[in-house]
Design a protein around this ligand. Structure first.
Ligand code: BGC
Length: 746
């Protein structure tokens, strides 16, 4: 009886909450309609117009000294790159002088933190820790929203399988399953409980779509892709973002099969707003409406505006095509006012949901900004997430973790002392706040070590360039030490937007410096700092221990020290394949088998291999070591045959057999053995990250149902085809520890 009462109460509360939300939405709809009725066509078009402010341009700049005047006339709906409560307040004040007082939206690339900088998104993805990633987005939102910002242009959910493309750093790697989980977590993190809360930031899933498949890894390049590849691999993270309630989407610079994404009706109207029922609005990428002229799809800005608005791009970021052409397009009866109304309504709805009509200065509280930007809890979280992002690639003879009682440590390399390098690309420098709060790698080690350890330093060489003048000093210092830590890598801005590279080596003479140091015979730990997978075979084959640190953000130094000295046992796993050579790219684990599969590197007997390089990557998807060892045992399936609508329960036991407490990411892969469309050799379909103390065992449970077995058939229907499936449980996509199989029957 008691249970029934509780059940009914819970149900009632849910119904009341739901009807509150519906009532709220209804009243917002009425308010939007009422504002719309009072707007002139010019004012409507103004809402679709977004300009850059002066902080820092993130695209080609159009100098415009008339912005204030245009805002006063209601001709601007949003600004980007406008930071801080004071600056946003001053622009909002001007908007309040317009006839209808429609508040401005302030958008910003809050990609991996605001003041507190978290690891670059690709690094965070190595944690496979969805709660941690949600928390990092939550903190970024808390800081940014306190600093006047309403909207982040994140998360970037583009699948990326080509490390030549500099923007791999912004995403979650190569896999649609992992990428979707992370997209969902990040949207939830940015937006918090609900838009309208004072610390919620609108998320923007970008870049819709397939931007990560730019040919040759060259930024902004064309994409040539089958529908199946689009649906199976590139769209799922966007769908996950919609499911998480993402308020906005951004389209992309690339064309897909000859149609620019910005003018792509199939993507924006048919899929996003149609099939997926997306209710938010779509912003173009910077200038991408006008760039359709360069693509060769439209003749001039007039046609560009027509193509973009018809396709479903609601807001024009910085191309001014809408502002200059939509009135004429309406007069010429090429664009129906209803189309413009739909875009305006979508934008106004978000302004209402954020609460800006009630209080346009809601996010401009200077005291709240001060507190949010100085919250010590944020730095603590950043440190914990950074430690979780560091990948242990190699640890010969258990060189790591180092003892805190080591007498002398030589810390060498061009990345030991810099501060800002640690933040990576897409960091935010807030005017008036210097970089001193960033913990350099040197400072991190100093913080960690007591007076018993002597810490020596030499730069050794620059990141780039050919000079080896610093080698002798570095070698001298190494000789005095018990252990050497060498910090090398890319410059922080060698990856990011417009940062494609054709050579993925560690630049300059940094690997030569490693060779010189190895000649001393001292044990060496190498830290590789980068925004993408690099190719570093010399280091990989010769250094005894390697940590891939990526760019870890403002707490980099502390997090690196935590891992080096075992206060955090590394648990990160790669979300993207590391190639042996650039020539292997694109290389990813979930490839097809081909008609002539190669199984090893010793035979090139008319099979699908390279004659001059391995078929295997240097480090595979899902790879990453720990200071401890995990044993996988006792794989059990609840049944070996299932009907399409049934489920199989899979359990497996994991035991920590090593000498440290640690975390393991247990990965489940499936292979559909025979399909009307060939299926990949394996696909990640689930994972669990678990913590195990020394000697501890845990049972991990997975459920396999229809969703995990489905794929797009010839007609692009999402189906399960009866037949045999291989099930693989592994510590990486290659390190499969246990296998079984099952059959799906009609
Ligand atoms: C990038 C977007 C970014 C926008 C605004 C563009 O160049 O592609 O990702 O959000 O600029 O900064």
């Amino acid at each position: 009886m008691k249970k029934v009462v509780i059940y009914i109460s819970v149900l009632l509360i849910a119904v009341i909450q739901l009807s509150n939300v519906t009532a709220q939405q209804k009243s917002i709809k009425q308010k939007v309609d009422s504002v719309l009725r009072s707007m002139t066509l010019e004012e409507k078009i103004g809402q679709l117009n977004q300009y850059n402010d002066d902080w820092k341009a993130t695209g080609p700049v159009t100098v415009d000294n008339d912005k204030a005047n245009q805002i006063r006339k209601g001709q601007v709906g949003s600004l980007l790159n406008c930071l801080g409560t004071e600056r946003t307040r001053s622009w909002q004040n001007i908007a309040m002088q317009s006839r209808l007082k429609i508040p401005l939206l302030f958008g910003q690339d809050v990609i991996h933190g605001y003041k507190t900088t978290f690891p670059i998104p690709l690094a965070e993805a190595c944690s496979w820790d969805l709660d941690a990633m949600q928390l990092s987005a939550r903190i970024a939102a808390t800081e940014a929203s306190a600093s006047g910002i309403h909207w982040t242009f994140a998360p970037m959910v583009d699948i990326a399988r080509d490390p030549r493309w500099g923007r791999v750093m912004e995403g979650a790697g190569e896999d649609p399953y992992l990428g979707s989980k992370i997209a969902y977590a990040r949207v939830k993190g940015f937006q918090g409980n609900k838009l309208g809360d004072v610390n919620a930031l609108m998320a923007c899933a970008k870049h819709f779509a397939a931007y990560g498949a730019a040919i040759g890894g060259r930024d902004y390049n064309s994409v040539d892709m089958s529908d199946r590849m689009l649906w199976e691999t590139y769209l799922p993270p966007f769908k996950a973002a919609v499911d998480a309630g993402a308020a906005t989407f951004m389209n992309s610079f690339n064309d897909i099969n000859g149609v620019p994404a910005t003018g792509n009706k199939y993507l924006q109207r048919d899929i996003l707003k149609g099939k997926w029922g997306f209710k938010g609005f779509v912003v173009s990428d910077w200038g991408s409406i006008g760039e359709m002229i360069n693509h060769g799809n439209v003749k001039n800005e007039y046609e560009a505006a027509l193509s973009a608005i018809t396709a479903g791009s609601d807001m024009d970021m910085e191309s001014r095509c809408y502002k200059k052409n939509l009135v004429q397009l309406v007069k010429d009866k090429k664009v129906a006012v209803a189309l413009i109304d739909d875009a305006v309504k979508r934008i106004l709805t978000k302004k209402f949901e954020l609460g800006l009509f009630d209080d346009p200065f809601k996010f401009c509280d200077t005291e709240r900004e001060r507190q949010a930007l100085n919250n010590p809890e944020h730095a603590k979280a950043a440190r914990a997430i950074a430690a979780k992002s560091i990948v242990l690639l190699k640890n010969q003879n258990n060189l790591l973790p180092l003892s805190k009682n080591t007498r002398t440590i030589a810390f060498i390399g061009p990345l030991v002392k810099p501060l800002r390098q640690n933040k990576g690309f897409w960091d935010i420098e807030i005017p008036g706040i210097d970089s001193n709060f960033i913990v350099s790698q040197w400072e991190g080690l100093q913080n960690k070590l007591g007076t018993n350890t002597t810490l020596l330093y030499a730069k050794g060489c620059n990141i780039e360039g050919t000079t080896k003048d610093g080698f002798a000093e570095a070698v001298e210092i190494a000789k005095q030490a018990d252990v050497v830590i060498l910090s090398i890598g890319e410059r922080r801005d060698m990856s990011g937007e417009a940062k494609s590279r054709s050579m993925l080596n560690i630049p300059g003479v940094q690997e030569d410096l490693l060779a010189a140091l190895l000649a001393t015979g001292k044990p060496i730990v190498v830290l590789i700092n980068a925004g993408r997978p690099l190719v570093f075979n010399y280091t990989a084959d010769n250094a005894p221990a390697i940590l891939y640190t990526w760019w870890l953000g403002s707490e980099a130094g502390n997090a690196i020290a935590d891992v080096l000295f075992g206060d955090y046992n590394p648990s990160a796993k790669l979300p993207i394949t590391f190639p042996v050579s650039v020539g292997q790219i694109p290389i990813y684990y979930s490839h097809f088998n081909t008609g002539r599969p190669a199984t090893n590197d010793n035979s090139h007997n008319y099979n699908s291999s390279y004659n001059d390089v391995s078929i295997f990557p240097k480090y595979e998807f899902g790879y990453g070591l720990s200071y401890t060892d995990f044993q996988y045992s006792n794989l059990q399936l609840s049944k070996k045959k299932m009907k399409v609508n049934e489920e199989i329960e899979v359990i497996v036991t994991i035991t920590n057999t090593g000498k440290y407490d640690g975390e393991e990411v247990v990965q489940l892969y499936l292979r559909d053995k025979v399909g009307s469309i060939a299926r990949p050799v394996k696909e990640l379909k689930d994972f669990k990250k678990i913590k195990l103390n020394i000697g501890e065992s845990k049972t991990v449970k997975f459920i396999i149902g229809k969703e995990k077995l489905s794929f797009y058939n010839q007609q692009l229907q999402w189906v399960v085809e009866p037949g045999d499936f291989d099930l693989m449980i592994g510590a990486s996509s290659r390190d499969i520890r246990l296998k079984d199989n099952f059959e799906v029957v009609k």
